[in-house]
Ligand binder design. Structure first.
Ligand code: HEM
Length: 70
């Protein structure tokens, strides 16, 4: 399985940007800078963990040469 490129960047890099934005949202919600229902604090936490695992798997697969960017 290869990693596709969208708008000039590999998919896992877009994923990393999304994870970064979700962490900012999570911290802003947790510290009550913005008002977010608590159920969303839990859902976004799960999403961050899930996307983070995929992001790490893509990074490791590239590092070890098990996949490449196409
Ligand atoms: C990526 C994961 C998460 C991040 C980055 C995060 C971040 C934060 C931050 C920065 C705060 C504010 C802490 C403070 O003001 O001292 C907070 C509050 C809190 N978080 Fe999270 N959190 C995450 C996941 C979770 C999960 C999984 C739970 C529980 C299922 C949870 C429960 C809470 C609770 C109960 C508070 C206190 C909220 C309040 O003061 O009403 N957090 N979180």
């Amino acid at each position: 399985m290869t990693i596709p490129v969208f708008l000039g960047l590999p998919l896992h890099i877009w994923g990393g940007i999304l994870i970064f934005l979700l962490i900012l949202l999570q911290v802003a919600g947790g510290m009550k800078f913005i008002k977010i229902p608590f159920i969303w604090h839990k859902r976004v936490a799960l999403l961050i963990v899930f996307l983070g695992l995929l992001h790490a798997a893509a990074g490791m697969a590239l590092w070890f040469g098990w996949t490449y960017i196409k």
